[in-house]
Write a protein that binds this ligand. Structure first.
Ligand code: SF4
Length: 123
């Protein structure tokens, strides 16, 4: 059954509002996307919504108490709450280099969680 859905494209800061007619996993018609990336975003959002995680984990012995981390690639949107729960249990030890793998293959998604900055040891 066809239904109309509204989206805000998150592929660039323009944030275009896109209106689409959706039939199950298929996008039948859409308007409002000002470029191809927006059309791809809506198709992916309907079929297999995915997100990059950007958050922090605890770090011990460093010059800061929290380490910013991100996933190297997107993971299914439905797994975000569970992934955030897993990351809330993680504590790493300083020093850490930007790009270090903090959690490999989180929840079996194939996405590694990487450090987003260097953190030196506290003297
Ligand atoms: S549709 Fe294109 S221009 Fe509009 S927000 Fe998405 S990426 Fe940016």
């Amino acid at each position: 059954m066809k239904e109309q859905r509204e989206f805000t494209c998150i592929r660039c800061p323009m944030g275009c509002r896109i209106s689409a007619w959706v039939d199950g996993p298929d996008v039948v018609e859409m308007s409002g996307a000002t470029c191809k990336r927006g059309q791809e975003y809506v198709r992916e959002e309907v079929k297999d919504p995915r997100r990059t995680i950007i958050t922090t984990v605890k770090i011990e012995g460093g010059i800061v108490h929290m380490l910013p981390v991100h996933t190297k690639k997107t993971i299914p949107k439905a797994l975000l709450p569970k992934a955030m729960q897993e990351l809330s249990k993680v504590t790493v030890k300083a020093p850490v280099k930007c790009g270090d793998i903090i959690v490999p293959n989180i929840l079996g998604t194939g996405a590694d969680v990487l450090a987003s900055r260097d953190v030196e040891k506290k003297n």
